[in-house]
Each structure stands twice: as C-alpha cells, then as structure tokens.
Write a protein that binds this ligand. Structure first.
Ligand SMILES: *[C@@H]1O[C@H](CO)[C@@H](O)[C@H](O)[C@H]1NC(C)=O
Ligand SMILES: *[C@@H]1O[C@H](CO)[C@@H](O)[C@H](O)[C@H]1NC(C)=O
Ligand SMILES: *[C@@H]1O[C@H](CO)[C@@H](O)[C@H](O)[C@H]1NC(C)=O
Ligand SMILES: *[C@@H]1O[C@H](CO)[C@@H](O)[C@H](O)[C@H]1NC(C)=O
Length: 416
C-alpha cells in the first residue's frame, strides 16, 4: 500500500502560513538526503534521483530536496509492510507498503552504518499491528484512499491535520471497527456529525479544535467511554448527553465554562472530570455531591468562592486538583475519602482538610514570607507520625487543619 499523494490532488495541503510541521518535528525519527528510486528495479523508466527521505511516525516520506515542505510529498505507510536489503546494490533498502496496491521505494545509503540504522528503525515500524495507524501531522485534508484496505482498523490517530468536514471526516464511517479516534488539532469549527455513525467508538479525542457547541446527536455514541474536548471554546453541553452512560472520562479543560455543567450530574459512570482553565468562579461543594466523579481537576480557574457542603460528608471524591486557582481559604474537610489534594500556588491562609484517607497534600506556593502554623484540631496531635516526611517551609499559610490525624499521609509539601 503506497500513499502516492500526487495522485490525490486534494489530499495534501501545503497552505503557506499554516504551521505545517506543528508537533511534527518530534515524530521525525530519521531524515536525510539519499538516492531514491520508485517502482520495480527492473523497469528502466524509473531513474535514481536525490530526495529528502524522512521516517516520521509510522510512515516513510519522500519529498523534493529543495522544496521539502512545499513540493509534492509521497507518503508510504509502513505498518504491515516490509523493509528488505537489496543484494545487488550496496547499502540499499527496499521499502514495501502493505495491501494489494503495494508499491516499492528503493533508498540507497552512503554508508553501511546509515543503512543499518534505517533498516532497524523501519523494520520495527513495519512489524506493528496493522489495526492501528498513526497519520498525525501529515497535512491531510482527507484520508488517503489506500487506507481503506485496512478494514480492521481499530485505532486511528489523525492529530494535527486539516481534515475537512465535507470529505475527510465522512469517509471515516467506513471503518466499522474503529474504537479510538483522534481528530485533535484539526481546526474543526463544528462537531463532525458523521462521527455519530461510528457507533463502535469508545474513545474520541477532539481536543484543540474550535468547537463552540456539541450537537444533540452526540448522545447516540453509546459506546463512548473517553471524550476529550479540551482546548475548544465550549460553554455548555447538550442535555441529551445524559444518555452516555458508559462515559467515564470527560475532558473539558481550557474551554469557556463558567460553572460545572449541570448535565454532568446525570452521567452516572463518570469517574474523571477535567475542568481546568475555564471560567469557574464559584465551586459549590454541595453540588459536587451529585457529581459521580472521583477525580476532579479544576485548577487554573479563578475560584473566588468555594462554598461548603455543611456537615454533609462527600465520600466519593478521591483526588482534587485546585492548583493556581487564586484561593485564599479552602475548606474541603467534608471530603472524607480524599487521598490527594493539590492546592499549590494559591494565596491560602486557611486550609481545612479531612485526614481520614489523606495520603498526599501539596500546598506549596510562592507567596510572601510568613511562618506556617500547622495546627491539628485533635488531642491526638502527638501521634503526628508524618512530620519527618513533611516539607515545612515559610509561606503564607497561617493555619492548616487536618482532622482526624492522617494515618496514611506520606507526602506533605507546604514549602514556598
Ligand atoms: C488528546 O489529544 C491531545 C492533543 O493532541 C493530546 O495532548 C492528548 O494526550 C490526547 N489525549 C489522549 C487521552 O489521548
Ligand atoms: C459565595 O457563594 C455563596 C453561595 O453562592 C454566597 O452565598 C456567598 O455570599 C459567596 N461569598 C462570597 C464572598 O462571594
Ligand atoms: C490506611 O492504609 C491501610 C493500608 O493500606 C488501610 O488498611 C487503612 O484502611 C487506611 N486508613 C484509612 C483511614 O484509610
Ligand atoms: C511566583 O509567583 C509569581 C506570580 O504569582 C510568578 O510570576 C513567579 O514566577 C513565581 N516564582 C516562582 C519561583 O515560582
């Protein structure tokens, strides 16, 4: 299977001004200028010519030396293909892609060492599972048609491309076994409705797009367990989403939510909720009672007001991240099963935590020099066995109440 993208004129975009290699450079495993030949060696028409050859992600990319980023680019997916030594030429490798329309690229290296390096790296890629394809950072606007030979595809990574809603995304419905799909960083301004037809999906990553709302049809994706929508411009969720009973992980960080979306209370399977970097100003602990998530991340919000749940104990929250939230006081003593609390880099003067299950407390920050007073509201304070592991420093924190004395605390970081 060869992706000869010159035959698919709209397949690649080399739009000037677009960051064509965003996140791409770290995927380049090997790169260099070598003599390259396409097709069967026996055919006289194909001559050797100098080309830029790159092994990036799971593909071999052959492009013009002078215009490596702007000219035609030939992408050869190596998964399931073959990489062989060519006996008749010294230091030469043949790269074969998989599939019935498989084509060959010959690359001639300058030294044995170089040839060996490429052989090892490319063979490793070729032996990967064919049901998982990584086409991230390939400047794709639509899927290379050769990909459709991989009917058993279960994992597809299309991160950092330019997939279009009209042509690129609808073609994805051909993969009826697809479980995990990433369309993150594709500049999508609308949720692609076609995705709702891929009912096999359990994980969908749409982070880093420009989504401002989700359609009600999202609710038909019954098998979704992980839905990542971080880094969009969402401010609400459709009420229909409550039917996504299997959803366990919802990523909503770096959006425009001004509160915890009420619909989340109905997602009974939700275990992990990320709402970092939104516009939350009030966090109502009593409301969290109805939220099933055990892991909650609300850091980097401007939380002016964290209201108490009264004497009511909330026993499901295990980890809470409230770093960089501008908090001056924090009372989470109602969280009786809390094991990890991160509240670094706030301006805390009072912190109340339940010590029942607490294992790790991070409250370090860089405020002004004021002596910490650690006070345990318990007569068993002498049993504070963790002080030898505690990092007590100078900070703004004046009062810390941990009650009862934590039995299992191993990390306490309160330094500046
Ligand atoms: C989702 O995509 C973003 C952006 O590409 C990436 O940083 C993140 O790790 C992905 N999340 C998962 C769970 O794969
Ligand atoms: C915090 O929120 C509660 C409930 O929304 C409100 O009654 C209280 O006045 C608020 N406190 C501050 C300091 O804004
Ligand atoms: C402390 O840890 C022990 C061992 O893991 C566990 O049995 C015990 O229940 C924990 N205590 C509390 C209060 O969670
Ligand atoms: C301390 O906090 C300020 C802002 O609150 C930040 O600009 C600075 O980099 C921090 N210093 C350290 C050493 O973290």
């Amino acid at each position: 299977m060869i992706l000869f993208c010159a035959m698919l004129p709209s397949c690649l975009s080399f739009l000037t001004g677009k960051p064509r290699s965003v996140g791409g450079s770290e995927r380049v495993q090997l790169s260099g200028v070598f003599n390259v030949r396409k097709g069967k060696l026996a055919l006289p028409v194909n001559r050797w010519s100098k080309r830029q050859v790159t092994l990036s992600g799971t593909c071999l990319i052959v492009s013009s030396v002078k215009h490596a980023h702007t000219g035609k680019m030939h992408i050869l997916p190596l998964i399931g293909g073959k990489v062989e030594e060519v006996k008749r030429h010294s230091h030469c490798l043949a790269f074969n892609s998989a599939g019935p329309q498989s084509q060959i690229y010959y690359v001639s290296y300058d030294s044995y060492a170089e040839h060996l390096r490429w052989h090892r790296m490319a063979s490793k890629i070729a032996s990967q599972r064919v049901n998982s394809v990584d086409l991230s950072c390939c400047s794709l606007e639509e899927l290379p048609s050769q990909l459709f030979y991989s009917q058993d595809l279960t994992h597809l990574n299309l991160k950092h491309n330019f997939m279009s809603l009209q042509k690129g995304v609808p073609a994805l419905t051909r993969f009826c076994k697809l479980r995990s799909l990433s369309l993150s960083n594709n500049a999508l301004s609308e949720f692609p409705l076609a995705l709702c037809d891929i009912t096999s999906l359990t994980e969908l990553n749409l982070s880093g797009n420009r989504l401002s709302c989700l359609p009600a049809e999202v609710a038909t994706m019954h098998n979704l367990q992980t839905l990542l929508l971080d880094g969009n411009i969402l401010s609400s969720l459709p009420a229909e989403m409550c039917s996504l009973e299997g959803l366990t992980y919802l990523g909503l960080s770096f959006n425009c939510f001004s509160g915890v979306p009420p619909i989340l209370e109905k997602l009974r399977g939700m275990d992990k909720l990320c709402l970092a970097g939104n516009r939350l100003s009030v966090l109502d602990m009593a409301a969290l009672q109805w939220l099933p998530a055990r892991y909650i991340d609300v850091r980097m919000n401007r939380l002016q007001n964290v209201t108490m749940a009264g004497s009511e104990q909330l026993l499901h929250i295990i980890q809470l991240d409230m770093r960089d939230a501008g908090l001056q006081k924090l009372d989470v003593s109602c969280l009786g099963k809390l094991e990890l609390l991160r509240c670094d880099r706030n301006c805390l003067s009072v912190l109340r935590v339940s010590g029942h299950a607490l294992k790790s407390l991070h409250a370090s920050h860089n405020g002004t020099d004021t002596l910490i007073i650690v006070r345990f509201k318990t007569d068993k304070a002498r049993h504070v066995a963790f002080t030898h592991t505690a990092v007590l420093g100078f900070a703004e924190l004046m009062q810390l109440e941990v009650q009862p004395v934590p039995e299992n605390l191993t990390v306490l970081d309160l330094c500046r």
